[in-house]
Design a protein around this ligand. Sequence first.
Ligand SMILES: *[C@@H]1O[C@H](CO)[C@@H](O)[C@H](O)[C@H]1NC(C)=O
Ligand SMILES: *[C@@H]1O[C@H](CO)[C@@H](O)[C@H](O)[C@H]1NC(C)=O
Ligand SMILES: *[C@@H]1O[C@H](CO)[C@@H](O)[C@H](O)[C@H]1NC(C)=O
Length: 438
Amino acid sequence: MTLKGLFCKSLFLLWILCAFTYAAKGGSRRGYKLTTTQTSKATLKNRQVDFLAPMENISIPLGKDAVFTCKIDRDVQPEQLQLVWLRLDSQTILAFKDRTVQNNPRIKISNEERREFSLHIENVQPEDAGVYVVQINTNPVSQMRAYLDVLVPPVILPSETTEHASVREASNVTLKCAASGHPPPVITWTRDDNGYITPRGDEKALAYNGSELVLERVGRADMASYLCVASNGVPPAVSQRINVKVDFPPMVWVEPRHVGAWLGGSATLKCETEAHPAGVHFWFREGVVLTNSDKYDILFEPAPEPQAYRTKMSLLVKNINSKDFGDFVCSASNSHGSVEGVAKLYEVDIPPEARTTLIPKGKSTHRTGAKKKEKVLYEKQGQMEQDQPMPVEEHVKGALRKKETGNSAPRDSKTSSFWSFLYALQVLLIFFLDRIEW
Ligand SMILES: *[C@@H]1O[C@H](CO)[C@@H](O)[C@H](O)[C@H]1NC(C)=O
Ligand SMILES: *[C@@H]1O[C@H](CO)[C@@H](O)[C@H](O)[C@H]1NC(C)=O
Ligand SMILES: *[C@@H]1O[C@H](CO)[C@@H](O)[C@H](O)[C@H]1NC(C)=O
């Protein structure tokens, strides 16, 4: 190493020592000036050179590169000019003349044509945010400062964010969503199904801003997926889905309560239940659980989300015989309770249009067209639904009246009148049997 190099190096180290001694003494932040220029013999006279324009504040997204640039108003011999970059907050020197001082590979300097000088901070990190100062060795020192703002996209903080909530109906629930980021993110709540939110019993709205969403006296309609979105203008925005489950004991509705059917026909009984958590469902007859068989077709059909807590229960009773009339019980139960509903199957007389269907296959005297019609009727399998059962007497009287007035479709064939006779006989028989039983 040459003598000149050694000298320069010693001078440089001496300068750093002085700078740090000053900083350690605790130079006040306001009016802080580094004494670099005082230690240098190459002090430039005041107004001999000055900065051309103020240094710009910059906002840089995390991970991108930041550049501060300053320009001086005239050419100065490089050996005369001492340009220093430093950070005000930590009072550290970043670069001096044509070299960086910090052992930070992300910091670089450059200059263009003797007049334009830049400080590069690559891959900016949150800790890079702060005030940066550039000085030149005039007397007194000329300096400029500018602020580096590091924009950080939002990140959901799992420890302060609700994962999911399961609450009893009519209780209160608080959903939390927290996110870091710079500037501080705004938290917006919506429902996945675009349903209404009623924060704190306020007016319902489609969206709500705030890190906490309080739902008071929750109902089953509040059961949904809630979405909290954290955004601060720095992409990407992030979101968290929070499922809210509302628990309640089962309820049941039987509709219709009474279903009429005739011998040989079939009938469908229906119940609708609501329960959360999902209940178990059964149809009972005289205390025995019914299963799919030649006699019964059972169907449990949950409603689509978000109303999956509703279930439609149906029971198809086939080939009805006299033992099938009576009460059928639909039941639903979950961890919060159980409930039962009763549907009553009662007997009605065969309506005239279904009567012909009793004609045994192959014995019919009707030809093609009429036969087709009968088949359709037969497949339709008669059933009457009424809220209140009509007294059996009414049916009988009605049937008799119809017969008297000859209201039923005219049938000329012998077979038709034979079956009509048989039917009237059957009606009378039922009428008297009923009398005896009651
Ligand atoms: C930079 O930001 C500071 C503080 O936020 C402000 O006082 C100053 O005027 C800004 N400088 C420029 C050039 O905009
Ligand atoms: C729910 O919140 C309301 C209003 O803050 C309060 O009056 C009520 O007692 C709370 N209910 C329960 C079950 O905590
Ligand atoms: C929530 O905040 C955003 C951003 O500040 C605003 O645009 C929006 O209108 C606010 N929404 C509600 C419902 O307050």
